[in-house]
Design a protein around this ligand. Structure first.
Ligand code: OAD
Length: 418
């Protein structure tokens, strides 16, 4: 297994064009059932009763009961290690495309941006009558819906789930962009039975364009005999192992005085040391912002946060010269906010200083331009005038106050385009 992964890792240079197509197997470890196989959904339910336009015409309530049940189940699931690795690759590799047949939204919740969703999203709805007043699709996170079928806010007719049913056309822009992404150096097919077209055909396209083709799936599929490399392992184990084999490819953002880079073990140590640094602690006590015991707790909590990887990707920003971290940011995946959020904070000792604003601006610019995130959240658990000033100076607005890690925390946010 290790030698197989090394072979794949060698092909994953930082300028390689990489395309990954996923299926239900990638969410299996999160508790989302697959469609086929012993425990698959299609064992207990019939496609013709639930996943076709005809089924909806016959009995919209029965179809919605199934989707509402699945939405409730998925809402309680968390992204797993496979989602996290793919989300970090979407940031690490500049020419990376993630295509998914899944409708569960777990890739996005892990922090992946710009996912090509071939089969739509279970979190989207649309007007069944396609009334003139409503957009084609929009997101509605209601779980459960109070009335089934839910009704269109524009015309009062029934809403439909925003997934693609059997017999329906796929979004042509998504298909075109997926086909374009098959012109790649490495094409992965992960956790899919590789029998539903057109998705199953992308592998052939990639091969015909000269890509190295890799399948990650514990079971053999029709694709297994045609790919260059078979990794017969579960995605949540194989992808982290492959990722570890890749080693650190620093994704660095350097401004005049700051550097953003992926969290490395030395940063965990550095962050911990900073929190327990006598000067920081003196500052904390002198300002009476948080008492000594709390400072120690925070030190432990942030080190534990880092260590547990509750965030899709951590970046620590620090001085170019001293290498001391001045703050951190990470893609949140643990449900504090809706969808992927870049959360960033500054160590309290730096609030109000000139480079706190410079750091924050750099992070925001990075989030909006490179990571293409629609929304950025800042959290401070040392709320004071200086932190409020720094955040409002860069255009962030107070959002909410909530307990986080046992600390009274203020959240600020900014949306793209505001
Ligand atoms: P399937 O249920 O057909 O296949 C899931 C695949 O995941 C199987 O090949 C399993 O061996 C594999 N698998 C299971 N656990 C895994 C794990 N931990 N890691 C990696 N692989 C694992 O699901 P899809 O191929 O996604 O369409 O199905 C394709 C489409 O058929 C779905 O999008 C859906 C369905 O009907 C629509 O709803 C339109």
């Amino acid at each position: 297994m290790r030698s197989i992964l090394h072979r794949v890792a060698r092909a994953l240079g930082s300028d390689a064009r990489i395309t990954v197509m996923t299926g239900a197997g990638v969410s299996a470890a999160s508790g989302v059932p697959t469609f086929r196989g012993a425990d698959g959904l299609w064992k207990d339910f019939r496609v013709d009763d639930l996943a076709t336009p005809q089924a909806f015409t016959r009995n919209p309530r029965a179809v919605w009961e199934w989707y509402d049940w699945r939405r409730q189940a998925i809402a309680g699931c968390q992204p797993n290690a496979a989602h996290h690795v793919l989300a970090s690759w979407s940031l690490r590799f500049p020419r990376f495309t993630l295509i998914t047949q899944n409708v569960d939204g777990l890739h996005e919740r892990a922090g992946a941006s710009d996912v090509l969703r071939l089969h739509g999203s279970i979190w989207d709805v649309g007007c069944w009558n396609q009334c003139a007043g409503s957009p084609h699709r929009w997101r509605d996170d209601s779980v459960p819906f109070p009335v089934l079928p839910p009704s269109c806010p524009h015309c009062g007719g029934p809403l439909r789930p925003g997934v693609v049913w059997f017999g329906e056309l796929l979004d042509s822009e998504v298909v075109d962009r997926s086909l374009d992404a098959t012109r790649c150096d490495v094409f992965f097919t992960v956790g899919t039975s590789a029998i539903v077209y057109p998705a199953a055909g992308f592998l052939d396209h990639a091969r015909s364009h000269g890509a190295m083709t890799v399948e990650i799936n514990p079971e053999a599929t029709p694709a297994s005999s045609t790919v260059d490399v078979v990794v017969p392992e579960r995605a949540e184990l194989a992808l982290p192992e492959l990722d570890a084999t890749l080693g650190a490819h620093p994704l660095a953002l350097t401004t005049e005085r700051l550097r953003l880079e992926p969290l490395l073990p030395r940063h965990v140590e550095a962050a911990h040391q900073l929190w327990t640094h006598p000067e920081v602690r003196r500052y904390l006590w002198d300002d009476r912002i948080i008492p000594r015991e709390t400072a120690e707790e925070v030190a432990r909590a942030s080190a534990a946060d880092f260590a547990r990887h509750r965030f899709g990707l951590w970046l620590v920003y620090g001085h170019e010269e001293s290498g001391m971290p001045v703050g951190f940011c990470g893609l949140r995946t643990d449900g504090v906010g809706p969808g992927p959020e870049l959360l960033f904070g500054l160590y309290p000792t730096y609030w109000g200083r000139g480079f706190a604003q410079e750091a924050s601006r750099a992070v925001l610019a990075h989030a909006f331009t490179t990571l293409r995130l629609p929304r950025v959240t800042a959290a401070t658990d040392a709320p004071n005038e200086r932190s409020a000033r720094t955040l409002s100076a860069i255009g962030m607005r107070f959002d909410r106050r909530a307990e986080h890690n046992g600390l009274d925390t203020l959240f600020y946010s900014i949306d793209m385009g505001r």
